[in-house]
Design a protein around this ligand. Structure first.
Ligand code: SF4
Ligand code: SF4
Length: 334
């Protein structure tokens, strides 16, 4: 019988040796326990819907503890998009130090309650704890947190399994490999989204659509223009996340985090400082539209392929920029 808790260690998108070491230390430290199983999978953001890693996670219906190089909110809603859903668990391993869940919307007692998409969705009762690997500076602290979650979820560590953990890795973790390539797309935080449709009206690339109950969804993620975060600026609820964006607020954090001092927006063109967010968004979107028109005129393929279509053309002229962006982030976020 499978353990009721699965610990997932999702690798970073690059081959940064510092990150690989941390991932391996954590997987090793958590191995050898009968209380949970450990799966190592590729970078969550880059997995395609038919990935073996996602299929394996869909089979696990118990609690999940997911370590990744992503903000927890981004990781949670990426999984949700792939039909791996659950209640959000709160972890003590966080980058923010204000003692609150780092990425929840502040509530205003004067404000009328607003119905959000999550209020009308059915979400499984199991919990998903997403933990940012940047907050995991010690494998021992990680083990303690996983044990705390084990207790919180009504389980308790057995004596024999604790002894096994002291042996450090007596049972190996399982690694699932998938053929990945870097991807750029938005994910929607349905705990914030009010289904207002601003994003679908704004995007000119057909990224958004509606499901059978007329709820917004990211229908064609790979139609999104690489490096463009425009619609995240027009969403009134800050519900749109670009997991790979340079700005923590757009990538899923609630507040900016010191340490990312390089202005990577130079890679994609920097907006003028006093522009209103909506004007900036329109400028970003229109730049992408012009770039798309230029690309179309020099190529026989005018419509970018959808997520579920065969692999996109890796000769896309913006892919180098995306690779540079992610590689640069890898150098600075540890
Ligand atoms: S703009 Fe934001 S709140 Fe409105 S439907 Fe889109 S994601 Fe939801
Ligand atoms: S970033 Fe631009 S292309 Fe991508 S979904 Fe938003 S508006 Fe559409």
């Amino acid at each position: 019988m499978k353990p009721e808790i699965t610990v997932v260690v999702a690798q970073g998108p690059s081959h940064d040796p510092t990150k690989r070491t941390r991932e391996q230390e954590i997987a090793d430290r958590l191995s050898g326990r009968g209380d949970w199983e450990v799966l190592v999978v590729p970078h969550l953001n880059d997995l395609r819907p038919d990935a073996a890693s996602l299929a394996a996670l869909r089979q696990r219906t118990g609690h999940l503890i997911v370590f990744s190089w992503l903000y927890p909110r981004a990781a949670h809603w990426i999984l949700d998009r792939h039909r791996i859903s659950g209640q959000r668990g709160t972890t003590r391993l966080q980058l923010d130090t204000d003692g609150k869940p780092s990425d929840e919307m502040p509530s205003d007692p004067q404000q009328e309650p607003v119905e959000r998409v999550i209020d009308i969705r059915t979400v499984p009762t199991r919990a998903i704890y997403c933990i940012d690997l940047r907050a995991c500076t010690s494998a021992d602290a990680v083990l303690q947190e996983v044990e705390r979650i084990l207790t919180e979820t009504g389980k308790s560590a057995s004596r024999s399994s604790v002894a096994a953990s002291e042996g450090n890795g007596s049972r190996p973790w399982r690694s699932i490999t998938d053929d990945t390539q870097r991807r750029w797309y938005p994910v929607i935080d349905f705990a914030r989204c009010t289904n207002c449709m601003e994003c679908i009206d704004f995007c000119l690339f057909g990224v958004y659509g509606l499901d059978e109950s007329d709820t917004i969804l990211v229908e064609q993620p790979d139609n999104c223009r690489k490096g463009c975060p425009a619609c995240s600026r027009v969403c009134p609820e800050n519900a749109i996340i670009f997991p790979q964006h340079k700005s923590p607020a757009i990538a899923g954090a609630s507040s900016s985090i010191d340490g990312l001092k390089v202005d990577l927006s130079q890679l994609f063109g920097k907006p003028e400082p006093d522009q209103h967010a909506k004007q900036i968004a329109q400028q970003e979107r229109d730049q992408q539209l012009a770039a798309s028109a230029n690309q179309s005129s020099s190529s026989s393929s005018t419509v970018p392929p959808s997520q579920d279509a065969p692999r996109r053309d890796t000769s896309d002229d913006t892919s180098d920029d995306l690779d540079k962006l992610i590689n640069a982030l890898d150098q600075f976020d540890l």
